[in-house]
Design a protein around this ligand. Structure first.
Ligand code: AOS
Ligand code: ZN
Ligand code: ZN
Length: 426
């Protein structure tokens, strides 16, 4: 199943006049306000978000999983799906692999396929939250934090293997997310668990290639429900500092206790030059992994506002690894990802419209009302014609979701791959 240039041209013909009208109105309005529309379009085109290899099949919960059929069952097919997303949206030019689910059998072939689809290999994810076949030790009671040296050594070695695999594909960072923690008070000694984790991470860090980063993800709870070793940004920040300058914190939007001020966390991590990566999703209650922007779009915009500020004002912070980390239980995964990609671009575009100079002036005058007006003025702008214009510039679809449906892509995938597909992953 392939989306061709011709497909997109035919699709775009249907929408071109309304797009041109909408874009003209918006770009004239923005230009009058002093915005450089072309600069915004270039920034939108440059903003690429990695798709995790495990998001292309239906997720499911511990109660069950309902397939969407035609899902990819190997790495080649996962790349094909991302290729479809990227052709339509022009913003999914990267993949984030998960080891051991995605070990390539033929590295050259996989690299060639990815190159042809214009997909880069972003951060590689290790997995020490499940036991793997043929492994001696079990992670039931933790991995890098385990009280047993043998278990820790196995988990360290796994991370080194993941770096090795990523290196062959051109990845430049390792993402570590640990399920380690405890389910009941007294089960673990907090200090021992933390120290073991720190020492293990340092062992991995020592063997990180010169031009690589280590991204340390935090999460307050789940799968452990009493304590998690790397529970919050502060813990991840401490560990990153202990490891060294190539180690950073990774923020997953769903990994905060209710009502946390994520935009403030993002802002201060960037000030300290320690924000390395980002996992996008949305949530109502916990780590719900819902479609980006589907529940709290204003919060997403405020986070992007800090990211834009940080990108412009914090040269001490490196370029970030962007990834969608969502799970698709009741939607076609590809449709869900198209919606997420659109929501990310929308929040980014709105953040680019914030008049930073005017905001600073209003802040210096303690004009609280004006500050709010500036932020909400940007948030209330309908930027969708801008996103479509950015996509058009590089050959994407004016309306990716509509084209995905018109081109009957899921039906095509089912014909090709059959109904009895089981995606590897969560
Ligand atoms: C888990 O909750 C985290 O969000 C991880 O980033 C990710 O979903 C997991 O590592 C899957 O590989
Ligand atoms: Zn995550
Ligand atoms: Zn998560």
């Amino acid at each position: 199943m392939k989306v061709t240039k011709q497909h997109i041209e035919d699709e775009n013909k249907k929408n071109i006049s309304s797009q041109e009208n909408g874009f003209k109105f918006l770009s004239d309005t923005l230009a009058l306000k002093g915005h450089n529309v072309n600069a915004i379009l270039s920034k939108l085109s440059e903003f690429q978000v990695a798709i995790p290899s495990w998001a292309l099949g239906a997720g499911g919960t511990r109660f069950g999983r309902f397939s969407f059929y035609g899902e990819p069952s190997n790495l080649e097919q996962k790349l094909e799906d991302i290729g479809i997303l990227h052709t339509l949206t022009q913003t999914a030019g990267a993949v984030s692999l998960h080891i051991p689910w995605d070990i390539p059998s033929d590295y050259r072939a996989i690299k060639q396929q990815a190159d042809a689809l214009k997909i880069k290999f972003d951060s590689v994810n290790s997995n020490t939250f499940q036991d793997q076949k043929n492994e001696k030790e079990s992670y039931k009671y933790g991995s890098l934090s385990n009280i047993s040296q043998a278990v820790r050594d196995q988990a360290i070695q796994h991370n080194l293997d993941v770096i090795n695999i990523g290196n062959k594909l051109g990845s430049k960072s390792l993402t570590v997310w640990l399920a380690d923690g405890s389910c009941f008070p007294g089960q673990n000694n907090f200090q021992t668990a933390f120290q073991n984790t720190q020492n293990s991470l340092k062992d991995i860090y020592k063997r990180l290639p010169e031009d690589w980063k280590m991204l340390i993800e935090y999460k307050p709870y789940e799968p452990n429900f009493y304590s998690t070793v790397i529970q919050d940004w502060g813990t991840s920040f401490m560990l990153a500092n202990e490891c060294g300058e190539k180690a950073f914190s990774l923020v997953d939007l769903g990994h905060h206790l209710p009502n946390s001020n994520i935009e403030q966390i993002v802002s201060i991590l960037m000030l300290k030059g320690k924000l390395g990566g980002f996992h996008f999703n949305d949530s109502k209650y916990g780590d719900d992994d819902l479609t980006v922007g589907s529940i709290k779009p204003y919060a997403l915009f405020l986070i992007f506002n800090e990211l834009v500020y940080g990108i412009e004002n914090n040269p001490q912070n490196p370029d970030l690894a962007w990834m969608i980390d969502a799970s698709h239980n009741v939607k076609d995964p590809l449709e869900d990802l198209i919606q997420s990609l659109e929501a990310i671009q929308e929040a980014y575009a709105k953040a680019l419209l914030v008049d930073q100079k005017a905001l600073k002036t209003a802040q210096l005058e303690n004009d609280v009302v004006k500050c709010q007006e500036i932020l909400q003025g940007a948030f209330r702008t309908d930027v969708r014609p801008l996103l479509a214009a950015a996509r058009l510039k590089t050959g994407g679809a004016i309306n990716p979701l509509e084209s995905y449906r018109n081109l009957k892509i899921r039906a095509g995938l089912i014909t090709e791959r059959g109904k009895n597909t089981v995606a590897t992953g969560l």
